[in-house]
Design a protein around this ligand. Structure first.
Ligand SMILES: C[C@](O)(CO)[C@H](O)COP(=O)(O)OP(=O)(O)OC[C@H]1O[C@@H](n2ccc(N)nc2=O)[C@H](O)[C@@H]1O
Ligand SMILES: Nc1ncnc2c1ncn2[C@@H]1O[C@H](COP(=O)(O)OP(=O)(O)OP(=O)(O)O)[C@@H](O)[C@H]1O
Length: 289
């Protein structure tokens, strides 16, 4: 059995620089991971069967990105093995934390190993992109400045502060934000160096605040404590702190009913770190035998 994390991502900034003919948007965004997320376990099933437990409320197994990722891998490689997959879901859905994409990325990486398919990171990232724009960054596992639809990467090394992430109790549909005529789509294309020096902002934030007053209200509250922004197309917002205790103190004072968590920013994804540990353990056991 293989147990692996599916961490959340934050978009430390997010600019929309244009709309392509296929309707997708070109972005400039800075991705970083946090050490908090879902957890998945995988056991090989011999007969090609794929199961997921427990099921996600409101998402049928066929729609679940975990099963979709596993099926995609089976169909692209002709692999006849299956898997029993268990999911511990901690990340809110439709939160802008990339939970579904991260689950899909962890599934692709895990099953590639478990089924001994030998696909490269590049091949897995390309497959992952067909499941969602955020999947490739989770497969690569390194903080990055991303362009295109979020699939052209430049490695980046932003500071790794503590974050307080808060979730207004709503789900924002990514497609609805990208399809809204009021979304600004004309940020200039700048270099990473230029972007790092300018204030970090999110082009979706004003629109999401307008459509969802809950987000505007919570962001107003959080800004009293620290510089704060929205991640992705929302609904989650985050603030950075130098000290974990300061983030936890702010969480303890959060308005009633607001859920959230404190986590450390990571330029290396917890998935990547877990895989490195697995590699180290297997090479030391090979040496021992
Ligand atoms: C906003 C971000 O989270 C930033 O990291 C991502 O770009 C969104 O990634 P995602 O949730 O994996 O999105 P997908 O499932 O691929 O796309 C959902 C919908 O959002 C719109 N979409 C998404 C990404 C993008 N670059 N341009 C778009 O216009 C499309 O209408 C698409 O049908
Ligand atoms: N394993 C999964 N986990 C979460 N959502 C899933 C999963 N599989 C399918 N979905 C569907 O995907 C939708 C988006 O979920 P997700 O948690 O990825 O949103 P998000 O955090 O806003 O992502 P992003 O930041 O990539 O836009 C959900 O509303 C759900 O219907």
């Amino acid at each position: 059995m293989m147990v692996l994390p599916a961490p959340a991502k934050l978009n430390l900034f997010l600019y929309i620089t244009g709309r392509r003919d296929d309707g997708y948007h070109n972005l400039q965004t800075l991705f970083q991971f946090v050490d908090h997320g879902d957890s998945l376990s995988f056991a090989t099933a011999p007969d090609g069967e794929l199961t997921l437990s427990p099921p996600l409320p409101g998402v049928s197994p066929e729609q679940n990105l975990i099963i979709k990722a596993a099926r995609l891998l089976q169909s692209k490689t002709g692999c006849t093995k299956g898997a029993h997959i268990t999911l511990i879901k901690r990340l809110p859905m439709g939160g802008g934390l990339g939970g579904g994409s991260s689950d899909a990325a962890t599934t692709l990486v895990a099953l590639n190993r478990l089924w001994q398919l030998g696909l490269s990171t590049e091949q897995l990232a390309r497959l992952g992109l067909t499941l969602g724009a955020d999947v490739p960054v989770f497969i690569r596992g390194q903080a990055a400045f991303a362009e295109g639809v979020g699939d052209i990467f430049t490695p980046a090394h932003p500071p790794e502060p503590w974050y307080l992430v808060l979730h207004p109790d709503i789900e924002v549909a990514t497609a609805a934000i990208f399809n809204d005529p009021d979304l600004p789509r004309n940020s200039p294309v700048l270099s990473l160096q230029q972007r790092l020096l300018l204030p970090w902002e999110n082009d979706c934030e004003a629109l999401v605040k307008k459509r969802h007053p809950e987000v505007a209200k919570l962001l107003g509250w959080l800004l009293e404590y620290a510089p704060s922004r929205m991640t992705g197309t929302g609904a989650c917002i985050f603030a950075s702190f130098d000290r974990r205790e300061a983030a936890e103190e702010a969480l303890a004072k959060a308005p009633e009913g607001v859920r959230g968590f404190v986590a450390k920013g990571c330029n290396t994804s917890p998935l990547f770190s877990a895989l490195q540990q697995m590699n180290a353990a297997s090479s030391s056991s090979n040496t021992a035998t």
